[in-house]
Design a protein around this ligand. Structure first.
Ligand SMILES: Cc1cc2nc3c(=O)[nH]c(=O)nc-3n(C[C@H](O)[C@H](O)[C@H](O)COP(=O)(O)OP(=O)(O)OC[C@H]3O[C@@H](n4cnc5c(N)ncnc54)[C@H](O)[C@@H]3O)c2cc1C
Length: 409
């Protein structure tokens, strides 16, 4: 007898796990299946470049839910199984072991995967990437052994790995073709702050430097730069961004462009198929344009909204502003908003002592803001962005004017 159509979640990461939790909380009591390619039950990735990587926290701390959570709620976890086929007409998902699961609703939460550096020597041992807890375990072992690590890419992952490696006492060199770390997201002014943070900690920051290739016999021993010099090393970590895992959606003919296209209810172009987390490219109601966010907060919050949309709840709309955080050494930050382009950056507070706010402005409106080692202000930053209030640089930089006053509240 064919099984009852299930609610199926393809992808056992944070977005998938939070969706499953919400489906049960909201009273869905039918068959619920999470298909997850990794051997682990759903876990959170931020610790993998921070405390977990440094050996300061245990494996148990990374999981989204305690052991037993899924069985207690009758959520079927198919681990080490991939969803490899999707037939929207037949409403069926196919797994890599041949099993076919009929679905009533499907959530695609397949996340993203590291972009690979296509250079000679890329396959040498010791050229590492960081996405999974297994990757973090390998890297953790390397950090314990010490030596010299070259980090390729000064984005979030590269910067956090560099910080953790320095904190473990390794010699660290960071390479990036751009002029400052995190330049694409933060721009040159705030990127320069992070360059100095790392340099102050003893990291060799080789900005404006690309990689020609890796050399070594069997294992990487040297990084050849595009400037023609060679940097000896014990291992390499490459962090040059991620690509959304869209194969399942593409194969099924869903609309895909830099992620699976979804509307504000996280519905894809196929009926009863939804997408959430790193893989979803949403037409965001606040911005009126498509945004794909590769951050923890987005996966955490989109999973539940997707679940509620799957249940047909009218108010299930995802309109949160993008939000992310990063911790490097003793410098913690939160960033909210979305700025692909901006006129200028305005600071408030003491940049030299690394306790400040930064605001990205477009035509006298704040479109993104960041708090560095200043806490309990991110909600106010978000309210300011949402207000779309017209502001002057002077007022934005003046700590005597509250963010609520700036927002016109
Ligand atoms: C090392 C690291 C540190 C980070 N630190 C921060 C941070 O400090 N702040 C922040 O805001 N964000 C951070 N992030 C980003 C954040 O972790 C991601 O945005 C978040 O994990 C996205 O969750 P997701 O559920 O959408 O996807 P993922 O976490 O990628 O989970 C998707 C899961 O689906 C599985 N899968 C893929 N395809 C299939 C398939 N066909 N069938 C079945 N399963 C499949 C994958 O194996 C994976 O387990 C970090 C990421 C990494 C890697």
């Amino acid at each position: 007898m064919p099984a009852d159509p299930a609610y199926v979640i393809a992808g056992g990461g944070l977005a998938g796990a939070k969706a499953a939790e919400t489906l049960r909380e909201e009273g869905y009591d039918g068959r619920l299946v999470i298909v997850g390619a990794e051997p682990e039950r759903p876990y959170e990735r931020p610790p993998l470049s921070k405390d977990y990587l440094r050996g300061e926290s245990e494996r148990e701390a990374v999981y989204v839910h305690p052991e037993g959570f899924y069985a207690e709620r009758d959520i079927e976890l198919r681990l080490e199984r991939s969803a490899v086929g999707l037939d929207p007409a037949a409403r069926e998902v196919q797994l890599d072991d041949g099993e076919r699961i009929p679905y009533a609703r499907l959530l695609i939460a397949t996340g993203a995967e590291p972009r690979r550096l296509p250079v000679p020597g890329a396959d040498l041992d010791g050229v590492l990437y960081l996405r999974t807890v297994a990757d973090s375990d390998v890297l953790r072992g390397r950090l314990e052994r010490g030596g010299h690590v070259v980090v390729v890419g000064a984005g979030w992952i590269g910067c956090e790995v560099a910080a953790s490696a320095r904190q473990k006492g390794l010699e660290v060199t960071v390479l990036d073709p751009l002029g400052v770390p995190l330049e694409r997201v933060l721009g040159t002014e705030v990127g320069a702050v992070y360059r100095d943070v790392h340099a102050d900690q003893g990291v060799t920051m080789r900005m404006g430097t690309g990689v020609e290739g890796f050399e070594g016999s069997g294992s990487v021993a040297r990084v050849r730069t595009d400037g023609g010099d060679a940097i000896d090393c014990d291992f390499v970590v490459v962090g040059i961004g991620v690509a959304p895992r869209t194969a399942l959606a593409e194969q099924a003919g869903l609309a895909v462009e830099n992620g699976v296209l979804v509307d504000e209810r996280l519905c894809t172009s196929a009926p009863d198929v939804f997408a959430a987390g790193d893989v979803a490219n949403e037409l965001h109601p606040f911005y009126g344009e498509r945004i794909r966010v590769e951050h923890w907060g987005n996966a955490l919050e989109q999973g539940p909204v997707a679940a509620r949309a799957m249940l047909g709840r009218e108010d299930a709309v995802y309109d949160r502003l993008p939000y992310f955080f990063s911790d490097q050494y003793d410098v913690g930050m939160e960033y909210a908003g979305y700025a692909s382009d901006w006129d200028r950056v305005v600071f408030r507070g003491d940049v030299a002592s690394r306790e400040f706010l930064a605001f990205w402005l477009v035509r006298d409106r704040v479109v993104a803001g960041m708090n560095v080692n200043v806490w309990d202000v991110n909600d106010d930053i978000q309210a300011l962005i949402r207000s779309r209030a017209q502001v002057s640089d002077h007022d934005v930089s003046d700590p005597g004017i509250t963010l609520a006053e700036l927002a016109g509240a």
